[in-house]
Design a protein. Structure first.
Length: 383
């Protein structure tokens, strides 16, 4: 008997009470049933986007958020069940707290305007509900914790507003510690420890993407809950600061955490990463972490840029702006695309699955990488 997507997620949603009562065993059973019954696997992008890079109004995050029909259509066509989007302050001018609260308000309004297609994710049950109702689950996440100021209790505010992932630093330093581009490499500060404790208390994911090595190791040890590195590569494969060492990856896995591999230029020393590079980094992470702790965090959306030649001038301007702000990473240049040319657009997840299958990976492993490992980790953190 073939169970379609709607029926499957309806059945999965009905078992949520069983998850709470019986823990990991019940969750594993539901994930196994989901993987076996679906024509397409559950796809959860641990760090991505819902955007249309061909639409100029989408570039201005200070004004009303623009959700285009194409953005929604491409996300649906990709098979994506849920995506962790970046909102709020990342770098630049303006008050980090005010801009982050404002961004949440704009996204809330956008989701209310598209109730048939988009669903705000507050827990794993919402991911299952999104799948059952053929919607895209939107997970609110920060890529910098600068908006906490000097008050760790702000974590409570953002938790109440629906933020479910907080990355401690971006590439530069903040009050919690040093990002991956800071030579000093400070570890987790006293205030950083306070924020991690508050994130744990609110059951928010502690994300160590973009972090320096020492703050990553410190946070893994400080957190009472498993941590994640939602979008990264493997330093042993490509030696660039944005990629994580085997030591970091191994400790994340041992804690029960999650590692998402991105589709970014840092996967190749040339800066021009291909789908084969994505597969190579996933395979290394699987070898280091084990197949239960590796997934994807593409750092991109599902709508492809239509005209790559015309995009070159926009990319050069964007890169210059990042350099001026001091947030550019080693390995990104004016001629390196912030995506993988042959693994983008609405077909990217299915193509990745096919490439992994061609390499001899089992269907159960591929399903874990595409989404069910993140679902397992989310259940661990969000309850």
């Amino acid at each position: 008997m073939i169970i379609d997507r709607r029926t499957l997620f309806g059945l999965a949603g009905a078992t949520l009470a069983a998850h709470a009562a019986t823990g990991k065993a019940a969750h594993a059973a539901t994930v196994k049933a989901a993987s076996a019954a679906r024509a397409d696997p559950v796809v959860i992008n641990a760090l991505g986007a819902l955007d249309d890079p061909n639409h100029p109004l989408d570039e201005d995050d200070r004004g009303p958020l623009v959700i285009t029909p194409r953005m929604i259509a491409d996300a649906h066509a990709s098979g994506e069940t849920a995506v962790n989007i970046t909102l709020g302050y990342v770098a630049g001018s303006g008050d980090p707290f005010e801009s982050s609260v404002g961004a949440i308000g704009r996204w809330d309004r956008a989701l209310r305007a598209h109730p048939r297609d988009l669903l705000k994710v507050l827990g794993t049950d919402d991911i299952l509900r999104a799948g059952a109702s053929r919607k895209i689950g939107i997970i609110y996440g920060f890529q910098n914790a600068a908006m906490m100021g000097s008050d760790a209790s702000r974590v409570d505010i953002f938790a109440d507003l629906g933020v479910r992932v907080v990355q401690l630093t971006y590439n530069a330093a903040n009050q919690l510690g040093d990002g991956s581009m800071v030579p000093a490499g400070r570890g987790l500060s006293k205030f950083g420890h306070e924020v991690v404790e508050r994130l744990n208390a609110n059951r928010i994911m502690v994300d160590l993407s973009h972090s320096g090595r020492q703050i990553c190791l410190d946070a893994i040890r400080a957190s009472r809950q498993p941590i994640s590195i939602n979008h990264t590569g493997c330093r042993a494969v490509t030696d660039l600061p944005r990629n994580k060492t085997d030591e970091e990856l191994r400790l994340v896995a041992r804690s029960g955490g999650f590692v998402g591999i991105y589709f970014m230029p840092f996967l190749a020393a040339s800066g021009h990463a291909t789908a084969a590079d994505v597969v190579a980094h996933i395979e290394h992470a699987l070898n280091v972490c084990g197949e239960d702790h590796v997934g994807i965090g593409t750092d991109g959306g599902t709508t492809a840029i239509d005209d790559l030649e015309a995009y070159k001038s926009a990319l050069a301007k964007e890169h210059a702006d990042r350099v001026a702000k001091g947030i550019a990473a080693t390995g990104e240049r004016a001629d390196t695309h912030p995506f993988v040319d042959d693994l983008r657009g609405r077909g990217q997840f299915r193509k990745l699955g096919s490439l992994l299958a061609a390499r001899g990976h089992k269907s159960t492993t591929i399903e874990k990488v595409l989404g069910t490992n993140f679902l397992r980790y989310a259940r661990e953190i969000w309850g």
